[in-house]
Write a protein that binds this ligand. Structure first.
Ligand code: DAH
Length: 337
């Protein structure tokens, strides 16, 4: 047994150790029960008493030497390990909190929420309908038969001969009437589609709000009263309304409703194209033919319907000149509302 050699070997292996797990392997090979020091101790048993005394002391010295070197190495590596851990896991409590930007409600959604609020307060139910619709509901049951010019006006995306992307929210009227549960007092909002080219006032997809009331003894003055109240609630108490005759196949008589220009109070300005009035919706008394087509008795039911363009209201209310801005979702634009 050469003590100097063993010590040198120990120092050499400790020099190459760079981590605590490596050091643990070293400990196992030298200082554990089956390690090199234990083996030396066992060898000692075979020696004579004289030799035992001599080598016993030497082995003990080696053991103490290895334990000592091990401890030094351990302290060094452990300190490095803790330092590293502190560096990587440090929490700097002085860093200011991240400023998360929160999105907000799109102007069209704001308009819809407002309109919904106004009609709900008048006791209207909110109903939804499908965006992919049967030709039968989108046109046929609304008294727009095949070949009717109103179909051309609503240049349509056909999925097949019988299925279309709805061109208006009016088919929800037919779906509700068909159920036959009366009285009906509902609004229904959603997306509609038309094969229109994009420009400042057109988009192939936009949004409408449909309204329908069906009961007994409903008259045109009910229609006027409800829509006038709506216009005042939405645009302001001082707004006046007027009804101009119009044509829709599913209402008879039909009208378009204008509001007095809320910018110039009716005097005429750029906003109302100098007319003093701005058109905001279509409406009319439900055509008796539609009752028939939807399975209701036309003699005993009266009611009215209306259709409002959500984008149109948003453009008017927020004084936006170009509809395309509503769809670009540029936050610099949207943040203003
Ligand atoms: N559906 C019509 C359109 O898209 C709007 C409309 C007009 C709806 C009159 C109605 C109504 O319910 O009575 O042009």
């Amino acid at each position: 047994m050469n003590i100097a050699e063993i010590k040198e070997e120990v120092l050499e292996s400790l020099k190459n150790i760079k981590s605590l797990p490596e050091l643990e392997n070293f400990r196992i090979s030298y200082l554990s029960k089956k390690g090199k020091v234990s083996l030396l101790m066992q060898e000692l048993k075979t020696f004579s008493n004289e030799e035992k005394k001599k080598y016993g002391k030497e082995i003990n010295d080696i053991k103490l030497f290895i334990e000592d070197e091990f401890k030094k190495c351990f302290n060094f590596l452990n300190e490095k390990f803790i330092e590293e851990k502190l560096k990587t896991e440090a929490i700097d409590v002085t860093i200011p909190v991240k400023n998360y930007s929160i999105g907000h409600i799109h102007p069209c959604t704001k308009v819809y929420n407002e309109v919904k609020f106004i009609f709900k307060n008048m006791g209207y139910e909110v109903i939804t309908g499908p965006e992919i619709e049967y030709d039968e509901y989108n046109f046929e049951k609304l008294n727009i038969e095949k070949g009717h010019p109103a179909r051309d006006e609503q240049d349509t995306f056909y999925i097949n001969e019988n299925i279309v992307l709805r061109t208006q929210t009016s088919p929800v009227q037919a779906r509700v009437m068909e159920k036959g549960k009366l009285p009906i007092k509902m609004i229904s909002a959603g997306r509609v589609f038309r094969s229109d080219a994009v420009d400042a006032t057109h988009s192939p997809t936009f949004h409408q709000i449909e309204g329908l009331v069906v009961d007994k003894n409903i008259t045109f003055s009910d229609l006027k009263g409800v829509l006038d109240s709506f216009a005042k609630a939405f645009f302001g108490e001082n707004v006046k309304t007027r009804f101009r005759p119009h044509h829709f196949p599913f209402t008879e008589p039909s009208a378009e409703m204008d509001v007095s220009c809320f910018k110039c109070k009716g005097k005429g300005c750029r906003f109302c194209k100098n007319e003093g009035w701005i058109e905001i919706l279509g409406c009319g008394m439900v055509n008796p033919k539609v009752y028939e087509l939807c399975g209701l008795d036309k003699e005993n039911h009266q009611g009215f319907a209306f259709g409002i363009g959500i984008e149109r209201l948003a453009l008017l209310k927020y004084e936006i000149d170009d509809m395309r801005l509503l769809y670009e979702n540029d936050v610099r634009f949207l943040n203003q509302f």
